[in-house]
Design a protein around this ligand. Structure first.
Ligand SMILES: Cc1cc2nc3c(=O)[nH]c(=O)nc-3n(C[C@H](O)[C@H](O)[C@H](O)COP(=O)(O)OP(=O)(O)OC[C@H]3O[C@@H](n4cnc5c(N)ncnc54)[C@H](O)[C@@H]3O)c2cc1C
Length: 438
């Protein structure tokens, strides 16, 4: 077996690992290869930093665990192997009137990856995280144990595995409760708003009546324009005439020599995007694909940031300190001239996740991509970290490739309890980094 390079979505970090493909869920885990110190499952590599990497270890590639096991079309309960993509589930279930209970902004993630990061989506204020809709899962441990975990069975392992960053063992399959829909279309509204106060007012006015809410924010806006953006809200459309929809995807053709994103393109794009619709409020019926997965239309868009790649910074700040902290974060980002077109602001709700290390908390989340500009960018991250930490917030491991251990440990106070459920033969580059005493 040879060591091979494995990369994550941000393309900043790669790691040399032994690659082992898991193909049969009835097999036990293989023995650790000689040159590897430990295992880490790998789904579809849609995590941005090093939480799906295990430098010097072995990657247990789970994509080939891709079989559907059972679909109860009356009650919407789906059992499938953990390497099945959310995209594959949608292809199966949408024509039968079912939909994912929670989905992240890309459908190219595996069920195992969605559980291990306990992903959230535009309906977090209503339905919480992905893990809340898992009825059960099977966990394979390196000592040969096969634990069926559910909210009322092996409960502690269930809680540790949801949001457990792949460290508690390999999820071989899971049972998922889907939600009923009457149409694959979504009734949406987009509202242009002027500042952060307007954002919070729109959340208050929308969270009750709209299943999905999210906002694009102009991260280059300062002064009176600070926090301005486009607020999007939507509900699954009622049954009706089914229009045809042709899924469209293109591929970003190459890795440009330098990032295509700089202070000038950023400001120009953001201003144009902010005014992209003439009326302040517009209504549309959209197919679920462009509504939930606008970025999936351009495959490999991560190449746009050039050979040095990019980082994402996603934090969540508790309600009490949310507005002040987001003001400070946006001010620091706008003043730095760095930041991205893809800046997302979302109010998270109080539906509790069963997961011990789940990211969302009741409050407000901000997510932004940053082209990798080396030391200058890391100085900005340190400033942002201070704001997040003083506001009692935390960063999302799925999107992280650099947070100091102290920030992880202060944000995730269950980390010590969680660590007792880690499989002794499992580790990750992320986990080793955040356990360092910094
Ligand atoms: C464009 C884009 C938009 C996104 N939007 C969102 C969003 O809105 N909300 C959100 O929460 N996240 C979002 N994400 C992040 C993404 O949803 C998560 O990182 C997801 O977990 C990636 O799944 P994956 O299958 O690619 O897993 P990987 O990235 O390969 O791995 C993720 C974790 O899962 C573990 N894992 C994988 N398979 C298994 C298994 N079988 N058993 C045990 N552990 C396993 C890995 O060890 C790792 O810790 C987005 C990512 C992208 C690229």
């Amino acid at each position: 077996m040879t060591q091979q390079a494995l990369s994550s979505w941000g393309r900043v970090l790669t790691s040399e690992q032994s690659l082992i493909s898991l193909t049969d869920r009835s097999n036990n885990l293989p023995n650790l290869p000689e040159m590897a110190e430990n295992f880490l499952p790998y789904g579809n590599g849609r995590s941005y930093g090093d939480s799906c990497l295990n430098s010097g270890g072995a990657a247990l590639l789970c994509r080939s665990l891709n079989r559907f096991i059972n679909f109860d079309t009356v009650n919407g309960v789906l059992s499938c192997e953990a390497g099945v993509l959310l995209a594959e589930i949608l292809t199966l279930v949408v024509p039968q009137g079912w939909f994912l209970p929670v989905t992240p902004g890309t459908r190219f993630v595996t069920v195992g990856g969605a559980i291990a990061n306990d992903v959230h989506g535009k309906n977090h204020h209503r339905t919480g995280t992905f893990g809340r809709h898992i009825l059960g899962l099977e966990l394979l441990r390196s000592d040969g144990q096969r634990l069926f975990c559910a909210p009322d069975q092996n409960q502690a392992y269930f809680a540790a595995t949801i949001g457990g960053l792949g460290l508690t063992g390999v999820i071989s399959y899971a049972q998922l409760q889907l939600q009923r829909i009457r149409s694959p279309w979504v009734s949406t509204e987009t509202i242009r708003y002027d500042n952060l106060d307007d954002f919070f007012e729109l959340c208050d006015a929308s969270d009750q009546d709209y299943e999905y809410t999210v906002s694009w924010v102009d991260c280059a806006g300062t002064g009176k324009r600070l926090g301005r953006g486009l607020f999007m809200r939507g509900n699954h459309a009622p049954a009706g005439e089914l229009k045809n929809y042709q899924s469209k995807t293109r591929t970003f053709p190459l890795v440009p020599p330098i990032s295509m994103i700089n202070a000038l393109t950023l400001k120009a794009f953001n201003t144009a995007y902010y005014y992209k619709q003439i009326p302040r409020q517009s209504r549309q019926i959209q197919h679920y694909e462009p509504f939930f997965y606008p970025l999936d239309g351009l495959l490999e868009w991560n190449r746009m940031y050039g050979p040095r790649g990019f980082y994402q910074y996603q934090c969540v700040i508790p309600t009490a300190t949310g507005k002040a902290a987001i003001t400070d974060l946006l001010t620091a980002i706008a003043n730095s001239g760095m930041g991205s077109f893809l800046a997302v602001l979302k109010l998270c709700g109080d539906v509790k996740s069963p997961g011990m290390l789940s990211f969302p908390l009741p409050g407000v989340s901000l997510a932004l991509d940053f082209p990798n500009r080396g030391a200058k960018l890391h100085q900005l991250f340190e400033r942002l970290d201070t704001i997040v930490s003083q506001a009692g917030g935390r960063l999302y491991p799925a999107k992280d490739g650099r947070m100091p251990g102290s920030l992880f440990r202060s944000g995730y106070q269950n980390w010590q309890a969680f660590s007792t459920y880690i499989d002794p033969q499992f580790s990750s580059s992320f986990w080793r980094r955040v356990m360092e005493d910094k």
